[in-house]
Design a protein around this ligand. Sequence first.
Ligand code: TYD
Length: 207
Amino acid sequence: MAGLFITFEGPDGAGKTTQLKLLAHHLQSLGIPYIVTREPGGTPLADKIRALLLDVQNENMAPKTEALLYAASRAQHVEEVIKPALVRGDVVLCDRYIDASIAYQAVGLNLSPDMIRRWSVEATDGLWPHRTFLIDVPSEFGLSRIAARGTPDRIEGRGVLYHERVRRTFLELARQEPDRFVILDGSATIEAIADQIRHEMNRLLNL
Ligand code: TYD
């Protein structure tokens, strides 16, 4: 597949969505074809799964149900959106992907990381991003930004200890795959982070 697959990860409230939009503007100004998408969701069917996952009323959802729904949403998203875009040669900018399931469902909910990884690898035919920008912030910091935005969703409302495990897992995943991950300090200014991301992207595009 000819395109470039880029994902953004980090604890809730890290600012990844802001950075993703800034990178989209950068690609736009260079005239490079790209798409912006997100998980869970990214297609009409996957957006319905997203609504189930984030609905605070689904408080009795079993951990494996939750993990399988994230994998199901991902299967649909890859098939319907990501693979066709990569085949066209587009840059795909995706807000969250498999790493989020390992952090939030495996470690966060005490499920086997190998099992969670396997489910997503099956769901995506083993499609991994070329680069993952991990925007790292202390959990309290991210959660206070989320609180300022309004009522937290089902995952955001899980408390600081859960989110601290999520953060540590992202950092551990980045340590294990230093060639794929770029770790960014989310407490730096928006412009400073965007600069680093643009620099890495230009390098990937041989500019
Ligand atoms: P997020 O990108 O934070 O959405 P938004 O910025 O619009 O709130 O993702 C939504 C939530 O889903 C977030 O709390 C993280 C969670 N999530 C998982 O638990 N597992 C996953 O595999 C993915 C993709 C997301």
